[in-house]
Design a protein around this ligand. Structure first.
Ligand SMILES: NC(=O)c1ccc[n+]([C@@H]2O[C@H](COP(=O)([O-])OP(=O)(O)OC[C@H]3O[C@@H](n4cnc5c(N)ncnc54)[C@H](OP(=O)(O)O)[C@@H]3O)[C@@H](O)[C@H]2O)c1
Length: 234
């Protein structure tokens, strides 16, 4: 399978890319802003014997570049699975959130995936068992407990979850499944920044293992679903 994964310079996306690209049968393209960290990931994969095709594109989701993306995907030979994993979090009380804060969070968590999906749909139509997996959060899961300070982040993740349901309907006839995973706490730098001192029950490698399985197989069982993947939140 051919995978495009956003947000692979650290955290869950890094471990997901490492895991998928370690399989010789896979081809993986990753996107993030920090080229130096993506280069480190490439170096780590160089040391994995029999690793599959891996390439990276320094990319800012808040400044979509369709032609660079299309060129990188066509170099890989097409795409079957897209994991919209990149995320931005601003932790501030609602009254202190500026317009710029709201825009930054929505540009990364919502409008970035919108532009990416729109660009890749024509290629996903030609894919094998095509699957778009949107990574949301329990904060964006309807009816869940919410955390103070995360209104922009949670609202953007709720928008991504809703988009999943809409796109599943529109893209079903094209043979493209769209699902959303609403993650609970995972021990990463994002979590440490949002909840200093909190110890999550899962590592990024644990969650990457589940997402790798779901991204590859989940389209056989689910479409248009927003699934909570959480040990810690109702
Ligand atoms: N960790 C948790 O407990 C938890 C819980 C619920 C949901 N999630 C979700 O799971 C996903 C991964 O989380 P994580 O904890 O691994 O986060 P993380 O460690 O903060 O990593 C976030 C990734 O997103 C990338 N990114 C951020 N802004 C970007 C932009 N404008 N353009 C391109 N890439 C961008 C970052 O790369 P660059 O800085 O290099 O661009 C980084 O690779 C996120 O969507 C997050 O919201 C996490």
């Amino acid at each position: 399978m051919n995978y495009v994964i956003t947000g692979a310079s650290r955290g869950i996306g890094y471990d997901l890319a490492l895991l998928l690209a370690s399989d010789p049968g896979n081809r993986v393209l990753v996107l993030s802003r920090d080229a130096a960290k993506l280069e480190l990931l490439a170096k780590e994969l160089d040391g994995v014997s029999g690793a599959g095709y891996f390439s990276y594109l320094p990319y800012d989701l808040s400044r979509p570049d369709a032609s660079a993306l299309l060129s990188a995907v066509s170099q890989m030979g097409g795409v079957d699975v897209v994991v919209n994993n990149a995320g931005a979090l601003v932790n501030k009380p609602f009254v202190e959130l500026s317009d710029a804060d709201w825009r930054q969070v929505f540009d990364t968590n919502f409008f970035g995936p919108v532009a990416l999906i729109r660009t890749l749909v024509p290629l996903l139509r030609e894919g094998r068992q095509s699957h778009i997996v949107n990574i949301s959060s329990m904060g964006g899961f309807q009816g869940s407990s919410k955390f103070r300070g995360l209104s922009a982040y949670s609202a953007s993740k709720a928008a991504l979850a809703n988009l999943t349901e809409c796109l599943a309907e529109e893209l079903a006839e094209e043979g493209i499944a769209v699902n959303c995973l609403a993650l609970g706490a995972v021990q990463t730098e994002m979590l440490a920044e949002a909840f200093p001192g909190y110890q999550a029950p899962l590592s990024s490698a644990d969650m990457a293992g589940f997402i790798a399985y779901f991204a590859t197989q989940g389209q056989r069982f689910f479409n248009g679903k927003v699934l909570p993947v959480s040990l810690s939140t109702p």
